[in-house]
Design a protein around this ligand. Structure first.
Ligand SMILES: *[C@@H]1O[C@H](CO)[C@@H](O)[C@H](O)[C@H]1NC(C)=O
Ligand SMILES: *[C@@H]1O[C@H](CO)[C@@H](O)[C@H](O)[C@H]1NC(C)=O
Ligand SMILES: *[C@@H]1O[C@H](CO)[C@@H](O)[C@H](O)[C@H]1NC(C)=O
Ligand SMILES: *[C@@H]1O[C@H](CO)[C@@H](O)[C@H](O)[C@H]1NC(C)=O
Ligand SMILES: *[C@@H]1O[C@H](CO)[C@@H](O)[C@H](O)[C@H]1NC(C)=O
Ligand SMILES: *[C@@H]1O[C@H](CO)[C@@H](O)[C@H](O)[C@H]1NC(C)=O
Ligand SMILES: *[C@@H]1O[C@H](CO)[C@@H](O)[C@H](O)[C@H]1NC(C)=O
Ligand SMILES: *[C@@H]1O[C@H](CO)[C@@H](O)[C@H](O)[C@H]1NC(C)=O
Ligand SMILES: *[C@@H]1O[C@H](CO)[C@@H](O)[C@H](O)[C@H]1NC(C)=O
Ligand SMILES: *[C@@H]1O[C@H](CO)[C@@H](O)[C@H](O)[C@H]1NC(C)=O
Ligand SMILES: *[C@@H]1O[C@H](CO)[C@@H](O)[C@H](O)[C@H]1NC(C)=O
Ligand SMILES: *[C@@H]1O[C@H](CO)[C@@H](O)[C@H](O)[C@H]1NC(C)=O
Length: 332
């Protein structure tokens, strides 16, 4: 004999002479209007335990409806555990109650629901679990009924169930809410602080050639310059220009008396004696002093005419020659 049929017969023998029956799904079943436990006079009248309820389809009587919680189930065996998502904290109660929003029960027969932990929420009743916050969001409170918050700018969460978002580390930033992964600072910028929503651009005269810099920018080296912000590298000074300091914004043009024919120079080449350069920014070299003129020093911007009694019949003259052939006099 199966347990079910044994119980069925027990119920029948006990109540058969006392109750009216109705036929439900092939089983004799006590109606809801049945007299209470005392009237039925069950020997083993036991209330359903908290966390369980009377199973109306297989049972032969119901738990009492009275507020005293005096049950009428013939045996605790007739009570079935509340399913996950429900609870019953009331001995003798006929029904289970749905867990409220923000709570859950993940196993059967619970007498109370559990509160959704941080990092999760539940916006429905009768839940058997809580919904984890997705990446980029967090929930810092227990029992949330509404959802998760987006990570704020400068913070991120790259896993589910975040209870709080972490600050972007130095060298990284986040300029949107709901960030899963912070962005690394691009070349030409840096960030030395945690929790940043942007990166600091390199100022003019400096550069950053790597992404994710945490320390700052480098000065342009001598011979190079950067005349804008966010330089990823410095440009070489063009021919005719030079830079003899670090951190140069604009190269200097070669002064008169000098020239520079190469890029990236940290100085200019002085005109040698006998030559001159009358313009700034020369890229090509110096001119020979013309006949009749001379220059007896370096960096001449212009050649002087040979003084009276002296002459020069060649270009590039350093010292004019005396008209009296046995003398040669310095022109200065
Ligand atoms: C249950 O039984 C008690 C005792 O006989 C009686 O006083 C009470 O009225 C009954 N309750 C119902 C709902 O019939
Ligand atoms: C139910 O949830 C609790 C709390 O999160 C956990 O400790 C337990 O293992 C879970 N039980 C099952 C059966 O999932
Ligand atoms: C949780 O985070 C929200 C949104 O940032 C904030 O308003 C609230 O005060 C925080 N609660 C606690 C307990 O920190
Ligand atoms: C999340 O971010 C941390 C810190 O940057 C990192 O160590 C970890 O590997 C990341 N996890 C995933 C899954 O991306
Ligand atoms: C975030 O930064 C990126 C890269 O600098 C930029 O393209 C984007 O416009 C920024 N978004 C906001 C909302 O500032
Ligand atoms: C949360 O972040 C997501 C993804 O960035 C965005 O689509 C959504 O609008 C944000 N919600 C709020 C309330 O800021
Ligand atoms: C970036 O520039 C610095 C300073 O000049 C140098 O030490 C470093 O090797 C450079 N890095 C790369 C990737 O070129
Ligand atoms: C920067 O230098 C370049 C090359 O010399 C020049 O074309 C540009 O106008 C300069 N920009 C500024 C803002 O000075
Ligand atoms: C750079 O050049 C200028 C002009 O020639 C000069 O006055 C200055 O002393 C130089 N500075 C250095 C550090 O050489
Ligand atoms: C960078 O250049 C600036 C301006 O020329 C100067 O004041 C500073 O000392 C330089 N820093 C380094 C590390 O060379
Ligand atoms: C500089 O000298 C050269 C060669 O003599 C000449 O062609 C040029 O016109 C001069 N420039 C100026 C600005 O005087
Ligand atoms: C400049 O003068 C030097 C020395 O007199 C000479 O060797 C050279 O050929 C001259 N160059 C030109 C372009 O006249």
């Amino acid at each position: 004999m199966t347990k079910g049929s044994f119980l069925f017969l027990t119920g029948v023998f006990t109540v058969i002479s006392l109750l009216s029956f109705s036929r439900v799904s092939g089983l004799w079943q006590v109606t809801k209007s049945s007299p209470n436990c005392t009237d039925i006079s069950f020997q083993n009248c036991t209330p359903c335990q908290a966390g369980s309820y009377a199973d109306e389809t297989n049972i032969h009587c119901f738990c009492c409806m009275d507020h005293l919680g005096l049950g009428v189930c013939t045996s605790p065996d007739y009570c079935v555990p509340c399913p996950a998502g429900y609870y019953n904290n009331d001995n003798g109660s006929e029904v289970c109650f749905k867990c409220g929003k923000g709570s859950f029960s993940n196993s059967t027969g619970q007498t109370a629901c559990l509160t959704c932990p941080q990092g999760t929420f539940q916006d429905a009743n009768g839940a058997s679990n809580c919904t984890p916050c997705v990446q980029g969001t967090f929930q810092n409170e227990t029992g949330s009924t509404s959802g998760c918050y987006n990570c704020t700018e400068g913070t991120y969460c790259n896993k589910t169930k975040c209870e709080s978002c972490d600050k972007c580390p130095a060298g990284y930033y986040s300029n949107t809410t709901g960030t899963v992964n912070c962005q690394s600072c691009s070349k030409g910028t840096f960030q030395d602080a945690n929790g940043a929503s942007n990166c600091t651009p390199c100022v003019q005269g400096t550069f950053q050639n790597e992404t994710g810099s945490t320390s700052g920018c480098y000065n342009c080296t001598e011979g190079t310059y950067c005349n804008k912000t966010k330089c990823e590298s410095c440009d070489k000074c063009p021919a005719g220009y030079y830079s003899n300091t670090t951190g140069t914004v604009n190269c200097q043009s070669c002064s008169k008396g000098t020239f520079q024919d190469a890029n990236g120079a940290s100085n200019c080449t002085p005109c040698v004696q006998g030559t001159f350069q009358n313009e700034t920014g020369s890229t090509s070299g110096c001119y020979n002093c013309t006949e009749g003129t001379y220059c007896n020093k370096t960096k001449c911007e212009i050649c002087d005419r040979c003084p009276a009694g002296f002459y020069s019949n060649t270009t590039g003259t350093v010292n004019c020659q005396s008209c009296s052939k046995d003398l040669e006099i310095s022109g200065d």
